[in-house]
Design a protein around this ligand. Sequence first.
Ligand code: ZN
Length: 412
Amino acid sequence: MIDKQHLINRFISYVTVDTESDPESETTPSTAKQWDLANALAQELKDIGLTEVSIDENAYIMATLPANVDHEVPVIGFVSHFDTSPDFTGANVKPRIVENYDGKDIVLNEAENIVLSPDYFEDLLLYKGKTLITTDGTTLLGADDKAGIAEIVSAMEYLVNHPEIKHGKIRVGFTPDEEIGRGAHKFDVEKFGADWAYTMDGSQIGELEYENFNAAGAVVTVKGKIVHPGYAKGKMVNSMYIATDYINSLPRMETPEHTEGREGFFHLHTIKGEVDSTKLQYIIRDHDREHFEARKEMMQQLADELNAQYEKEVISVEIKDQYYNMREKIEPVMHIVELAEKAMKKAGIEPLIKPIRGGTDGSQLSFKGLPCPNIFAGGHNFHGRFEYVPVESMQKAIEVIVNIAQLAATKK
Ligand SMILES: [Zn+2]
């Protein structure tokens, strides 16, 4: 299959370019440095022999591997993002290669005593004997999602070099700013022109996902009245107490730390308060659309009850939907999930299908008309210093991409 050292070199050439995105920025890409990798990727796609290579004014990259069969085959896309998370620094990444991993602690950084340990990260034990790429403990790695990019580029290169493998037209799409929730925003689905696509942006080998949260953000504003504390009787209204009543009226066990699987939650993530006014910021998450709507109604209703109690508007709730569960867009085209399952099994991988407790670019793309399940890219512990990726998982992901291309073109 794909040469291991060639893949490692390619991956390292990507992660050593800093492409951290910035939620405070309003430009696309959110950081100018993302152009550095974007321009190099566009050139590389041309160099490996893809056609229709384009990079638009927002740094979205698209390219084509033309079909090498005459019969009609659906156009399939593969999508990844080249930015890295602003949660942790992505500057000066110095990847370390751990060959033939022995299942013990990996000292990432002796000076700072930073250790990647299977005592804490049990998943490591899945990869005994494999080649791991880790950080030096001071940055994230950026396997999220440069592993996905390396896999797609390598799979396309492989297909170019092996014309005996028959496939339809394949489209490649690389985006900026996924980590700040904007990867799909300016993605031109029509120009991409695929019947469906896969994001290569999952974690552990075998992951296949087509369900994610429905998501909304809520800002709760509480108005009080500030009066000199010595003369406050019957006059002062302390917004922080009203806010506390509101917080406590929501179900205490329906929070991230008490839920898993398909259980939804309310997550209070920020409080800013003084006597005069308090602001609460929540996110609301639920896989089930009806439950999701009920959660939003509940937040409004609890505010209404407090307002009734105070006989005026002391509290107001503003809710904005953020994204929706792609399941409703995937279920009518389940064959695209089945194709990915088949491609994994052909590569000797048991598919791990589970709901994502988050969102993906694929969910936004699905709602923009491009059904887009998510496939593993192989990395673990995203967005931090303990991020790592087994090279063999990346090799398997490449095989899955090649198999999808081949299986889709097989005459039934
Ligand atoms: Zn990602």
